[in-house]
Write a protein of this length. Structure first.
Length: 145
């Protein structure tokens, strides 16, 4: 798999990948998520390709205190080939390079397979409660899924 920065021409393929991987939700517009990411640290939005096909993605950011990882996705037919590990290693490297001391990420409580994946990378479940509040009118109130 080859890694590179996201390009605008990848948008439809990325959204299709996220949908196939079950990452999208009706209350999150992936196009707006992409546009927002491209306005802040676009170099931390990576895609993986193989034979010209977009097969993976990861979106990360650093707020000066913590790094965050979102939209890690690998096409189902390409999973279990270390592509997710490769993406995470690269995003960790890039975050460390810009001074990030710690990475946080969120996994849905019902997604045991993904929780196991992150544990295998050395991530631990922390004793915290995640809160959220919508600040934009382009999304309905928070919902548990």
């Amino acid at each position: 798999m080859n890694l590179r920065a996201f390009e605008r021409s990848d948008e439809e393929a990325i959204i299709a990948l996220w949908e196939r991987c079950g990452l999208t939700r009706p209350w999150n517009d992936p196009r707006k998520d992409i546009a927002r990411k491209l306005s802040e640290q676009p170099e931390l939005f990576l895609v993986g390709t193989q034979d010209g096909e977009l097969i993976a993605s990861v979106m990360a950011g650093f707020d000066g205190h913590r790094g965050w990882v979102y939209y890690l996705a690998v096409a189902p037919e390409h999973q279990r080939r270390s592509h997710g590990r490769t993406l995470m290693a690269e995003v960790e490297r890039r975050l460390h390079e810009i001074g990030c001391p710690k990475i946080n990420l969120m996994v849905r409580a019902t997604n045991a397979d993904v929780q196991g994946f992150y544990r295998s990378l050395g991530y631990i479940e922390e004793d915290v409660v995640n809160f959220g509040r919508r600040l934009s009118e382009d999304a309905p109130p928070l919902q548990k899924d």
